[in-house]
Design a protein around this ligand. Structure first.
Ligand SMILES: *Cc1c(COP(=O)(O)O)cnc(C)c1O
Length: 377
């Protein structure tokens, strides 16, 4: 994610990493109408817009319940709290993800246990989980990184055998599928973010918890709005965010198909280079939140591309176990070699549904040559 202080960076690149105004322009009439509808009704928090969105999003995920909250971070945190997780417990996740995955665990007071990622999919290495399970382990959080589901069958099987809860971090993977089933229907509970840079995005902050478990959904509803249970608070979704999401949800399949077409085009154009292209696993319907290539001279190519007006990004510079805030977990450099190498090599090319064919070709050419794109574009 290209963020600084919580905002999408506004430097005017010739080819940006993401172009939110372009999407708004396409559906301006619908968005303006939805926002004014909320303003007129005076029901600004939760209420009928949020309920309607929850029903529509649950159906989209082929799941029974969705509970709207104020961010993906809150969705993760509340899912852990609703599972009764707190100090003294352990939760297993990956170090190669956006910080919120680990930060939500830390916020509950539970201890984070990392496992490395798989070399090809860059998602949780299911073979590495069992060694990390102790009698304090309560949950596993696989991350559907860059829009590709983690390999859920072995993870869910292992969790069942050990009595662990599985919480999907689906913040980058709205509409992604695993063996034909959508994320959000693959485990006990899935967490989504609707932050502006995500595949399904609102005009501010938003998130949702999706589950088939009625008791869990009810507990999350109580936790999000000062309900009669410990650790409840204000994690409510605003009606404006829900109204915007209701406009965008019916467009999501079209936008996703365009993301996939762009990814395929990039992969065709870069096929004969020595750059490692993103692997689509046989089980995955990948929704390409991020088009992540890998190469050893990542930093010099990134500099050249940016200088030439292609706004590439890096996801993620430093795996979480090597970040200062997580030093107390005691993981040394080398603890998770696959994650550490991915962090050194990953480069995200611009990818958003409105990206035009000529821009895709210009980016691919610039990558191929390691040279700037002509200013004229
Ligand atoms: C964006 C994101 C989150 C957090 O979502 P917010 O809405 O920004 O709080 C969590 N996990 C992953 C993998 C994400 O990409």
């Amino acid at each position: 994610m290209v963020t600084e202080g919580g905002n999408i960076r506004t430097v005017n690149f010739v080819i940006p990493q993401i172009d939110l105004p372009a999407q708004y322009t396409q559906i301006k009439g619908e968005i303006d109408e939805a926002i004014m509808r909320v303003v007129r009704t005076g029901k600004y928090v939760l209420g009928p817009e949020v309920e309607a969105f929850e029903n529509e999003f649950a159906r989209f995920c082929e799941s029974s319940y969705a509970v709207g909250v104020n961010s993906g971070t809150s969705a993760l945190y509340l899912s852990l709290v609703a599972a009764g997780i707190g100090p003294g417990d352990e939760v297993i996740t990956v170090p190669f993800t956006f910080e919120a995955t680990a930060g939500a665990i830390k916020a509950t007071g539970a201890t984070i246990r990392f496992v490395d990622i798989d070399e090809r999919s860059l998602t949780m290495d299911s073979d590495a989980i069992e060694r990390q399970i102790t009698d304090r382990t309560k949950a596993v959080i696989p991350v559907h990184l860059f829009g590709q589901p983690a390999d859920m069958n072995p993870i869910v099987d292992l969790a069942r055998r050990h009595g662990l809860r599985v919480i999907e971090d689906a913040c980058q993977a709205h509409g992604a599928t695993y063996e034909g089933r959508p994320v959000g229907s693959l485990s006990d509970v899935a967490c989504f973010s609707f932050y502006p840079s995500k595949n399904l995005a609102t005009v501010g902050e938003g998130g949702a918890v999706v589950t088939d478990n009625a008791v869990l959904a009810d507990t999350i509803r109580k936790l999000r709005s000062w309900g009669p249970i410990e650790r409840s608070g204000n994690y409510r979704m605003s009606a404006m965010e829900a109204a915007v999401l209701r406009v965008k949800l019916p467009h999501l399949r079209t936008w996703t198909a365009r993301r996939q077409a762009i990814a395929t085009r990039y992969s065709d154009l870069l096929a004969d280079t020595n750059i490692q292209l993103p692997a689509v696993m046989p089980y995955a319907g990948h929704v390409f939140h991020i088009y992540a290539v890998r190469l050893t001279h990542r930093d010099s190519l990134a500099r050249a591309l940016r200088a030439g007006g292609v706004d590439v990004a890096v996801h993620y510079q430093l795996p979480i176990h090597l970040q200062d805030k997580y030093k107390d977990l005691g993981y040394p450099p080398g603890a998770f070699p696959v994650a550490e190498q991915a962090a050194r090599e990953e480069l995200s090319l611009p990818l958003y549904p409105e990206l035009e064919d000529e821009s895709i070709e210009a980016v691919a050419n610039a990558v191929r040559e390691g040279l700037p794109v002509a200013r004229a574009l």
